[in-house]
Design a protein around this ligand. Structure first.
Ligand code: FAD
Length: 425
């Protein structure tokens, strides 16, 4: 039995190992020069590979839960142990390789694949899959490898590509999604599955920064502040809430809490930032918050508005809050502050509104929301319900998870399930 796996990312290599352990002959087609390119950049190079907490998935959420009920956190920990990769837990259930380097996971996976005689066909991009008798033919193009070192190929000289055909008894499609095209995932792989009648749900960049009005963020780039975030649609309906550290950029709000809102973005959306957590006033009611802000003003009655929030917020954040509240008169004496001014400042601290003009897009997104509809796959085996012998796993499917290891966890889980084949063993 020959199994062809299209896409040598996490789901593909996990599937390859599982299939080879069943005694199948396994070929992995990967368009990059090396497999597992993306894994190396995950978790800021540290590889947040799993999460020990409650699963948080969107899109085919039930499908993801069903897959994880079969190969879930405990079994994935055992898989890492079997690879010789000890794990360590950090905040919020995030699991990393103990070495805190994603590269050790890459190396351990490739070593296991080599031990099981998995063949990698690199620089090879699958273009189509066709039924051929009981099996499949994969039509692909193979490019000449670029030199490992030395000058890059001149743009005027295109890489030579030659067509190749491969035959397989079963095919597992693990081409990833449309996010982060620099890693080989540009959304062109969906066609491999739609050719068999599978459908694609709407695609959106997920886990990326939210773009806002550049002028409102002047001087804030690089500032970090703890905040509660709420995304509203154009009609003021709440779309999603998160809390955590916010990182301001030149024209965008980033940091995990903001990035987790990207998949919920709609045209005309706005973002409310609640800064009460940054000043130890989490959930404080307006009178309590006003009393706190008034107490800060009382401490420096001899000073000016520019000094009001010193010690509570970094100066650029204090300025943003007071500007947005219409109170940025830095030379005004604090003794002249009225209770109405304090109330306006309190309203802004608890809910500063910024327009959301879009998201950073697939180029910068970590994950794709949407993908191949999961309803046409068996979550226990990842086999297509439309075409026996055809499987899919990982991000190519309509499953995306929150930050924290959930996306790699689904890639590992679904990849192992697909590799195990029709009987799930
Ligand atoms: C910067 C960044 C940081 C991230 N950090 C984390 C994190 O810490 N934790 C977490 O859980 N998730 C993280 N993610 C998300 C996670 O990496 C992905 O969800 C996961 O890698 C998906 O696995 P996959 O195997 O489905 O797809 P991928 O890992 O994307 O692999 C797909 C592979 O298929 C290949 N391919 C595509 N088309 C073809 C074709 N036609 N023919 C041949 N090969 C093809 C691609 O080159 C690629 O190697 C991060 C993503 C990014 C971009």
């Amino acid at each position: 039995m020959t199994t062809a796996i299209i896409g040598g990312g996490v789901a593909g290599v996990a599937a390859a190992i599982a299939a080879a352990e069943r005694g199948e002959r396994v070929l992995v087609l990967e368009r990059n020069r090396k497999p597992l390119k993306k894994l190396g950049v995950t978790g800021n190079g540290r590889g947040n590979v799993l999460n020990s907490g409650l699963p948080v998935y969107f899109g085919g959420e039930r499908f993801a839960r069903a897959a994880l009920a079969r190969v879930g956190y405990p079994e994935l920990c055992t898989f890492f142990t079997s690879l010789g990769v000890p794990l360590r837990q950090e905040a919020e259930g995030r699991m990393y390789p103990a070495a805190l380097q994603a590269s050790v996971v890459t190396e351990a996976l490739l070593l296991r694949a080599a031990q099981r005689n998995v063949t990698f066909v690199l620089n090879t991009r699958a273009q189509s899959i066709e039924r051929a008798g009981d099996g499949f033919v994969i039509r692909a193009v193979q490019a000449d490898p670029l030199p490992e070192t030395g000058a890059p190929r001149k743009a005027a000289v295109p890489a030579a590509e030659r067509p190749i055909n491969l035959q397989a008894d079963r095919v597992i499609v693990t081409v990833g999604g449309a996010a982060s095209p620099a890693q080989g995932t540009d959304g062109t792989g969906y066609g491999l599955l739609t050719a068999f009648g599978h459908s694609v749900t709407p695609l959106k960049p997920a886990l990326c920064a939210l773009l806002t009005d550049k002028r409102r963020l002047a001087g804030l780039s690089g500032q970090r502040v703890r905040a509660g975030l709420t995304l509203y649609n154009a009609n003021g309906v709440q779309l999603r809430q998160t809390e955590g550290e916010v990182l301001f950029g030149d024209d965008a709000v980033s940091g995990i809490a903001a990035m987790q809102l990207a998949r919920f973005y709609e045209a005309g959306a706005s973002l409310a930032l609640d800064f009460r957590p940054a000043i130890g006033q989490d959930g404080a009611a307006p009178p309590q918050l006003c009393a706190f802000l008034q107490s800060l003003a009382d401490l420096r009655r001899d000073r000016i508005v520019g000094d009001w929030l010193t010690g509570a917020f970094a100066p650029p954040v204090a300025r943003l809050i007071l500007s947005e509240a219409g109170l940025w008169e830095p030379k005004r004496e604090l003794v002249r502050l009225t209770s109405a001014d304090v109330e306006r400042a309190a309203v802004t601290v608890a809910g500063l509104r910024l327009p959301v003009l879009g998201t950073r897009g697939f180029e910068q997104a970590q994950v794709t929301a949407g993908g191949i509809c999961t309803e046409d796959f068996d979550p226990e085996t990842m086999q297509s319900l439309l075409c026996p012998g055809l499987y899919a796993a990982g991000e190519v499917l309509d499953v995306d998870g929150d930050c924290g290891g959930f996306n790699l966890m689904f890639a590992f889980s679904s990849g192992l399930l697909a590799g195990r084949g029709p009987n799930g063993r």
